[in-house]
Structures are given as structure tokens and as C-alpha cells.
Design a protein around this ligand. Structure first.
Ligand SMILES: [Zn+2]
Ligand SMILES: [Zn+2]
Length: 174
């Protein structure tokens, strides 16, 4: 593996005609992006295409991230998938302040772009599987592994709701 696996050397693109493109492949068993963000089985491609004004990077990535399920609190491997498009201009005359400019050495370190876009795919409430049963609200048992039997009982919350429902007065009248 190269020492700087995320640096794209794009010098050749400058002298090609618009439309020229090349695919870069990224495969890493484990990538530590920051101290508390690492992705396993990173797998992706970046297609670089020479345009009139610069180079367009089109990335397409997937990888596994260990997360804690918001329902059952178990750790699980969450499959991330993300993509991005970034245009790097050859010179700043064509670009606005927010745009990227291709540096003089035509080398782009894409690690930060890959990381930033991956972060956007992390769910706020991660769920280990769609039908995760979560924890029992009475005894805390993980209901995915063991049915403690409490689920059949009405939950405290539900009874409260009924007492304060607009129909509770009606029930008394009847
Ligand atoms: Zn879960
Ligand atoms: Zn229980």
C-alpha cells in the first residue's frame, strides 16, 4: 500500500483534453479518520474527469461503522454509503470563494472529503435492525435475546395517557 493512499496526483489531467477521465480505487480494511471515527471495510472509487475549467471528482464509497443501537444499546456494524461531487478549478479566476482550486502540484488529499461526506451518512438514531425489539421498559432485558414476559402488561405510560385523554371524562359519564 502506498504511503499516502488518499493523495491523488492529477498533474496528467492538466494536459489532457476535456472529457478525459480515470478511475481511482480505494480499498482499506480499516481507516482511522479521526480519534473517534474509524470505518471498516472502506470500499470506493473516485472517477476524475477533466472538464473545461478543472477536474471533477465523483466519489462513491461504502464502509462499516460500529455504532450503538438507540433501542437495544448493543453495538453493531452499520453499513454507511455515501457519494460526492467536487470540482477543482485550474485557476481562481473561474472560481468563487467557496470553490476548490487545484494546487500547483496538482495533488489532492481526498481523505478529508471522504471523511466529511461519510459523517453526513451517520444516522442520529441508529437502529441495529428494522425489527429491533429494544429493551424491556420494566426490567431492562434485551427483548431481542429473551422475552421476559413484561411486554404483555400495559405500560405505565399508556395508562397515564388514558387518564389525561379528552375521552376520560366521557368514560365517567357513561
Ligand atoms: Zn437494537
Ligand atoms: Zn421485562
Amino acid at each position: 500500500m502506498s504511503k499516502h493512499p488518499f493523495i491523488l496526483k492529477l498533474g496528467a489531467f492538466v494536459h489532457q483534453s476535456p472529457g478525459y477521465s480515470k478511475e481511482f480505487i480505494f480499498e482499506h480494511p480499516q481507516i482511522q479518520f479521526t480519534d473517534d471515527f474509524s470505518v471498516n471495510d472502506l470500499d470506493g472509487t473516485i472517477v476524475v474527469t477533466r472538464s473545461q475549467q478543472g477536474v471533477l471528482l465523483q466519489g462513491n464509497f461504502s464502509g462499516d461503522l460500529q455504532l450503538e443501537c438507540a433501542r437495544c444499546l448493543e453495538k453493531y456494524d452499520h453499513a454507511l454509503e455515501w457519494d460526492f461531487n467536487e470540482l477543482y478549478f485550474f485557476n481562481d479566476q473561474d472560481a468563487t470563494k467557496e470553490d476548490f482550486i487545484l494546487p500547483d502540484d496538482a495533488q489532492i488529499d481526498v481523505k478529508a472529503i471522504i471523511k466529511d461526506e461519510a459523517l453526513l451518512d451517520i444516522p442520529i438514531n441508529p437502529i441495529c435492525k428494522e425489527d429491533c425489539q429494544g429493551l424491556c421498559q420494566v426490567c431492562g432485558t434485551d427483548l431481542n435475546h429473551h422475552d421476559c414476559g413484561h411486554k404483555e402488561l400495559p405500560l405505565q405510560e399508556d395508562t397515564d395517557d388514558e387518564e389525561h385523554s379528552p375521552f376520560s371524562g366521557l368514560k365517567d359519564l357513561l
